[in-house]
Write a protein that binds this ligand. Sequence first.
Ligand code: S3P
Length: 432
Amino acid sequence: MLSNSITNGINGYANIPGDKSISHRSIIIPSISNGVSEISNILKSEDVLHTLNAFKAMGVKVEENNNKLIIFGKGLNSLKKPEGKIYLGNSGTSARLLTGLLSSQKFDTVLTGDKSLSNRPMARISDPLSKMNARINSSNGRLPLTIEGSELKCTKIDLDIPSAQIKSGLLLASLNTKGETIITENKITRDHTEIMLQSFEAKIDVRKNNNKKLIKIIGKKELVSKNIDVPNDLSSSAFFIVSALINNNSKVVLKNINNNPTRNGLLIALEKMGAKIKLLNKRISNNENICDIEVLSSNLNGCELGPEIADLMIDEYPILAVAASFASTPSIFRGLKELRVKESDRLKLIILNLQKCGVNCKTENDDLFIYPSKNYEINSNIIQTDFDHRIAMAFCVMATKIGPLKINDSESINTSFPNFKSELNKLGGRII
Ligand code: S3P
């Protein structure tokens, strides 16, 4: 894919797809509930389709009607053993959440994935699950994982790694486990699983205490199916927000965007940088915060962000780094260790590719430093993405200012935002 520079700004309404995290959960939780759920606006991207296919392979009946997905839940304990291995492509969320869920089923499964997913750490989910007596085998803490379904024991688990995927895997395991499982999250991460489980009438109690969260869940309580309207994805919106901010004469409006306070770090960071962003029509749907977002071209300044905000915007650092490259002063983003274990080593690729674009930047430990300049001299216009969708989209946006950039392996964008290219081009982008 080749992304070119633009001169007339990014203007109009962008159709942002459904939220990826909520879409995965909108398949998993209805599938193990009692009754029928209608799901509107689900994201139809490769990652989410892998989750859907997994549940179909485990006997869940799914129909499509008027663009809605109709899921006939099987209850907590009636999934059936799939015929072969479950292939999850690039999707870390599917892998971590399903590992938890499947470890408390009554059959064995094998989870596999693509090259990138097969390099990502899975001990972070299998280790805490083993405290519940889960039996999960892998040769080196990576996929393929062989999960022996069994009766788990409830226990107390303290989570030190800030990861909604780990927390959610444990919550799904505890749903089918007798007694009370207690999970302490030492750093608060996105809470879509807790929100959805509450609305599906799980016996779950969530308390916040300073920067920690205590979740108590009593298992073996059947869930009650509900309909879900998936809001649009703030992480996908981020590419349009930054495109509008850094290009003159831009005005973009994004509708129905999820701005859950455990996900909205990007909006807080950009506000600090002087971005002209308005959140309009704030409302609540399915217990998730939703709003429309209006963005105008802005003169950004740099900012310093501490590690405490990283968990609220962990997926947004590639595009934030692009925004910071066009600010009037330097930026420092601290505490980005988790970026090293995403779809790629994102910290490495942010630095590598910004440097190709002529941006002076560095990492020290896990902190990222960006020293913007008025003019960039491109050293190489071939962007290395390692099949990471967010690196690919971030550098498509970078190119709107300094292009053309050739984005290698850009088909990864289909994992989260299949219409990205046509939407950006509709608003003034020039991607071919
Ligand atoms: C996700 C959690 C985050 C995020 C990922 C989606 C989720 O991962 O990066 O894109 O849906 O729970 P971690 O839990 O590994 O931080």
